[in-house]
Design a protein. Structure first.
Length: 167
């Protein structure tokens, strides 16, 4: 995770952390990069901003995409109802969760121990959801870590957007 991801999450956008070349969650991005690389190779000339703008227009407004029913991405796109927040507020976690501010290196000081969470989250508030013998650590609406209170294990949660976390 990086500072840009933190800022996006503070805007209320749920992000899914996934690996590079992970088509299950990044297929459309991987496919767009493949199309761009093919077009660049075919061009065999200097790529400038005007050409990139023309490629983007063709890719989004002219060329139909098989993965979305042979329509263009522009035909499917809708503006978000979410408004940009110039002044970010602290995230409000659900009632009953413990809320802690991480240390300057992104560690959680809790129950007499220090738990590594994320350097990108230094000095940010995180929410702790207690689930029997484990604790889920959230930043905004994204579960990041699971702390097993019996074993002391602190693991990064898988980046599977379809995984349901249950207490």
């Amino acid at each position: 995770m990086d500072e840009l991801s933190v800022w996006i999450m503070q805007q209320g956008v749920r992000i899914y952390l996934s690996g590079v070349r992970h088509p299950e969650t990044q297929g459309k991005v991987e496919r767009m990069h493949e199309s761009l690389q093919q077009a660049i190779r075919k061009r065999k000339a200097q790529v400038d901003q005007q050409w990139l703008d023309e490629f983007r227009h063709e890719y989004n407004h002219v060329r139909p995409h098989e993965g979305i029913g042979m329509v263009t991405p522009a035909a499917r796109w809708r503006p978000s109802a979410r408004r940009y927040q110039a002044q970010l507020r602290e995230w409000e976690y659900p009632a009953g969760w413990e809320v802690h501010r991480l240390a300057g290196e992104g560690q959680l000081g809790w129950r007499g121990q220090r738990w590594e969470i994320s350097n990108a989250l230094r000095n940010q508030l995180v929410g702790l959801q207690r689930c029997e013998d484990r604790v889920l650590v959230y930043f905004c609406n994204v579960p990041l870590r699971e702390i097993d209170l019996r074993t002391g294990r602190n693991v990064v949660l898988p980046a599977n957007p379809f995984r349901q976390l249950r207490c």
